[in-house]
Write a protein that binds this ligand. Structure first.
Ligand code: CUA
Length: 384
């Protein structure tokens, strides 16, 4: 009887132990060599990385072995011997030029494919805004929910992050997704991912940004769609970015007094988002996030053809989060109004929307990271 009881107690102890082990395994509290693979392109990054390591190890070993072999084989056997001179060998030279060329091209191609997959934002994405600040990440969902140092996303959805910062340079880094992008004052950078496994993953700032840089991190929670919907329903939602933007536009900042209504003095904004806009002086520019941002902070920089440079700057009056909201609102004006923009004002200010571009496309097809700043006037001006 006592033995039986002991056995039960022991069994319980073991299962408790197992539970703790499971818990630890879930929390990943030890330092593992590699973070988990939890996004669609994580394995590609790993494969490329392993390939680079394999190439380096192969040549390191080959060279070290050759050094030892040659130093023994061709050591000085007799004093002051004069060996035969060798004058070139075309096959040998072709051999040692061609093989490194092929190897370096495979590295280049692998890198290009991985880069393209990571920074070409897919069109059917779910956009989330991220504003970095010393020392926290402020996140806002399209549905209005705000988070700090936490990011909840559904599994299996393409998520696009549009990011900027209020102060200095930061870098948004999720190791488990193998993705990272600098967050730069005065401009928008984007990154995207599709999480493949529900779970809790570390999120870091990966650019030294001052005293509490090391504390500027948090967690990404990847949830099943229904859990995510529950989470959205359960958290307090603020105004959505579009609502906040509309409020700023019509009430707080008074943009509407020039940019809406019958006698507009400011450029018409319906239907411009991600479309070409003609500027004074004959240039054209795509009215993307960056252009709209520049136009709010530095209105004199790139004036739309047919309008006077009368708009005052809003620099210092709008926060980064408000700017993002204003852009979201202007974007929403282009939602389903493809005909509206062409009807009345095609001669006045802007070109007709390009046919091949789907109306309401919410993605900037360009890679902001690599794009030269289209507005040189703003490039420093935006940094406060
Ligand atoms: Cu922000 Cu380091």
């Amino acid at each position: 009887m006592v033995r039986c009881l002991l056995l039960v107690v022991k069994k319980e102890a073991i299962s408790n132990q197992q539970l703790t082990i499971n818990k630890i395994m879930q929390n990943k509290s030890w330092v593992s060599l590699f973070p988990e693979d939890a996004s669609t392109f994580a394995w590609q990054v790993d494969y490329l990385y392993f390939y680079l390591i394999a190439v380096s190890v192969f040549f390191t070993v080959a060279i070290v072995v050759a050094i030892f072999y040659f130093s023994i084989q061709y050591r000085e056997k007799e004093k002051y011997a004069t060996p035969d001179e060798i004058h070139g060998s075309i096959p040998l030279e072709l051999f040692w030029s061609f093989i490194p060329f092929v190897i370096s091209m495979t590295i280049f191609l692998g890198g290009a494919v991985v880069y393209y997959n990571q920074y070409k934002i897919p069109a059917d994405n779910m956009e989330i805004y991220v504003v970095g600040k010393q020392w926290m990440w402020k996140i806002q969902h399209q549905t209005g929910q705000r988070e700090i140092n936490e990011l909840h996303v559904p599994v299996g959805r393409k998520v696009k992050l549009t990011m900027t910062t209020e102060d200095t340079l930061h870098s948004f880094f999720i190791p488990a997704f193998r993705t990272k992008a600098d967050v730069v004052p005065g401009r928008y950078t984007t990154l995207w991912f599709e999480a493949t496994k529900p779970g809790k993953y570390h999120l870091y700032c990966a650019e030294y940004c001052g005293l509490n840089h090391s504390g500027m991190g948090g967690w990404v929670y990847v949830m099943e769609q229904k859990d995510f919907d529950n989470w959205l329903a359960g958290s307090v939602s603020d105004q959505t970015p579009v609502q906040l933007g509309e409020d700023l536009f019509t009430n707080k900042l008074g943009c509407a007094s020039c940019h809406a209504g019958a006698n507009q003095r400011g450029a018409k904004l319906e239907g411009i988002y991600n479309h070409e806009v003609k500027l004074v002086g004959g240039q054209t520019v795509i009215a993307d996030d960056q252009y709209i941002r520049n136009s709010i902070l530095n209105p004199g920089g790139q004036i739309v053809e047919g309008y006077q440079p009368i708009m005052p700057t809003f620099k210092g009056q709008v926060t980064e989060e408000q700017l993002v909201a204003l852009i979201a609102y202007i974007k929403s004006l282009s939602g389903d109004t493809s005909g509206a923009a062409t009807g009345s004002s095609s001669t006045k200010s802007m070109e007709t929307p390009k046919k091949e571009e789907p109306q309401g496309a919410i993605t900037n097809p360009k890679i902001p990271n690599n794009r030269p700043n289209e507005n040189p006037v703003e490039s420093n001006g935006g940094v406060k």
